[in-house]
Design a protein around this ligand. Structure first.
Ligand SMILES: Cc1ncc(C[n+]2csc(CCOP(=O)(O)OP(=O)(O)O)c2C)c(N)n1
Length: 587
């Protein structure tokens, strides 16, 4: 018995099933799954540039006869949807399991999506483990099922399942022999002539799945009282069991397709049937579509965010402490760019020139928040570059502020590059800032094509970012030190003023402070501070102001000695302690 997170258990389940290839793009809450899978003996695991590529590599490896694991967050499934839908036509050779990790409550996502809808739309079966133990068992079994039904299987988790550690019984690794590949265009070449018969195969498979799901042991009835019956899945099951001790529960481990007879007979065994799910109406509509009557909650159940036992109790009119996000007397700690973050000055300077900033997804999204308040938009990965092109198109011929796209290195590789090709191809203008902090910081410092670090530390090839930009034919490309205020200011001025009618790309290159965790002697505020507050406008968590005097203060324990703030002090009131005094100093 071991304690494992759902993510670790999925990795273990894949390994025990004999999966030897893992292909993914990171994204919370899925990331640790592939990181964990990569540590098992005998497996090959890699980060791909994005989820679509990962699934295509996965389909290729499966076609060639290996069992494959792909992992992604819910929005990653949007990116991977294209190959996913057609992989449900081709089917598999080696078993293929795809983890979609949803984020109800949006702890670290730009939206709340329910991946069940993808499974249903793509006709890909989906399993919903409720804890780590099930995550292992379901994943392991999914490989066998994937091969039996000749279709990829999806595993859906949510933050609670992915990140909660629960006891897991590990098992033996199965002896999986790689299958041989045989050329079969009717199965693998999805042009209309072959896709039409495969669609028929798919329909037959759906009928077989509907039959199988009635018997599947992953759908379980927990018989308690007969007044209330609840259909639920995943982490919600844990809340329901706790919140409604009298209720009977049909816990669905397979959520597409649904076991029609099982749901119907369960509904018939209780006075009223409720469906409880997080931030979605997927299950409710699927149960209704079976012709089963679903009761309304006596009181409100939130339709967004994560559920909790308390919220469920209150929906049934039972007493429960009011749901509060965090106790009111806990001081707020809004997220901020780290002390010494190389992204900071870019936003400070963009804010100074009042640029329209189309942003993207990464640590730098925090440039939106006060006091930097620099970002105007953030929609999805890669959108900064394409949206800035859209802004330029619609603002053409009008007086306008400079339009600047800001994107990280990993996000640029993910999808910004194809956006930029559109701008170049159509002779677009504007400024694109690539914040190359040498890592994929937001999701935990993964490697990416532009830092050349691979998941299993294999030898790789670091893409030459400037070379790539120049190869696209972009004439105005500069590499700038983002810790140097004058350099950042100067580069932005040239790009947004002197080259306003052209396309410029500025590469701000300096490592994320969390990469090497090197600290220089810290800075302090000397007696010359005039309380002007400019240093505080950088939003560095190490800098604060005295509430009464407005005198600045630098927390020596937080300061990492980047020196960004000192460059903004017009009174030379910010100084660095000499290296010698730092050594013995107390932090
Ligand atoms: C389609 C999609 N896949 C994955 C993610 C998860 N995710 C958020 S930001 C990010 C990468 C950030 O890296 P980078 O662009 O280099 O910026 P940094 O955080 O290093 O500043 C990832 C993978 C996502 N939001 N959307």
């Amino acid at each position: 018995m071991q304690l494992m997170s759902g993510n670790e258990a999925i990795a273990r389940g894949a390994w025990e099933a004999g999966a030897t290839i893992g292909v993914a793009y990171p994204g919370t809450p899925s990331t640790e799954t592939m990181e964990s899978f990569a540590t098992y003996e005998g497996v090959y695991a890699e980060w791909c540039t994005n989820e679509k590529v990962a699934v295509e590599v996965g389909v290729g490896a499966s076609a060639a006869g290996a069992r494959v694991l792909s992992t992604m967050k819910h929005v990653g499934v949007n990116v991977a949807a294209d190959p996913l839908f057609t992989a449900a036509y081709t089917g598999v050779n080696g078993g293929y399991v795809i983890l979609a990790a949803d984020d109800p409550g949006m702890y670290s996502s730009q939206n709340e999506q329910d991946s069940h809808f993808y499974a249903r739309a793509a006709h890909v079966p989906i399993l919903d483990p409720a804890d780590a133990s099930e995550a292992l068992a379901f994943t392991k079994k999914a490989y066998e099922l994937s091969e039996r039904f000749d279709v990829p299987f999806m595993i859906r988790s949510t933050v609670r399942v992915s990140h909660t550690k629960t006891p897991v019984e590990t098992g033996e690794k199965v002896d999986y022999e790689l299958k041989s590949y045989e050329k079969n265009p009717a199965k693998w070449v999805m042009m209309p002539a072959f896709a039409k018969p495969r669609r028929k195969v798919q329909l037959e498979r759906i009928a077989q799945l509907e039959e199988w799901v009635e018997q599947c042991e992953f759908n379980e009835v927990v018989k308690r009282g007969s007044e209330i019956g609840v259909v639920c899945c995943g982490a919600v099951y844990q809340h329901v069991i706790e919140a409604l001790p009298e209720a009977s529960v049909l816990k669905l481990g397979v959520t597409w397709p649904l076991p029609k007879e099982k749901v119907t007979s369960f509904a018939n065994s209780v006075d009223a049937l409720y469906v409880i799910e997080e931030g979605s109406d997927y299950l409710t509509s699927e149960v209704c579509a079976l012709g089963v009557e679903v009761a309304d909650f006596p009181c409100d159940l939130p339709r967004d965010g994560e559920l909790s036992p308390g919220l469920i109790k209150r929906a049934f009119g039972f007493e429960a402490p009011e749901h509060i996000e965090s106790p009111g007397d806990v001081p707020g700690r809004p997220p901020a760019l780290c002390a010494g973050c190389p992204h900071r000055l870019v936003f400070k300077e963009l804010s100074r020139i009042k640029a329209i900033v189309t942003g993207d997804i990464g640590c730098y999204t925090l440039g939106t928040l006060p006091p930097l308040s620099a970002m105007d938009t953030c929609v999805d990965m890669g959108a900064s570059v394409s949206m800035s092109h859209g802004f330029e198109l619609a603002l053409a011929g009008r007086e306008h502020q400079p339009v600047v796209a800001v994107i990280g290195d990993s996000t640029f590789g993910h999808s910004g590059l194809s956006s930029l090709i559109t701008t170049v191809y159509n002779k677009g203008a504007g400024t694109v800032c690539i914040l190359d902090n040498r890592t994929t910081a937001m999701t935990g410092r993964q490697g990416n094509p532009f830092n050349g670090v691979t998941l299993q530390n294999r030898e790789s090839r670091e893409l030459d970012l400037v070379g790539v930009l120049e190869a696209l034919g972009i004439e105005n490309v500069s590499v700038v030190d983002p810790h140097d205020m004058k350099a950042v200011r100067g580069a932005l001025k040239v790009a947004t003023k002197d080259q306003a009618d052209e396309l410029s790309v500025l590469v701000f290159k300096a490592p994320c402070v969390l990469l090497h965790r090197q600290r220089k002697p810290h800075y302090f505020v000397n007696g010359d501070c005039r309380s002007c507050g400019v240093c505080a406008t950088l939003g560095c968590p190490a800098i604060s102001k005295d509430a009464e005097t407005g005198i600045a203060c630098i927390d020596a324990a937080m300061c990492i000695g980047c020196g960004q703030c000192a460059q903004y002090c017009a009174f030379s009131a910010i100084e660095q302690v000499p290296a010698s005094s730092e050594k013995g100093g107390v932090r």
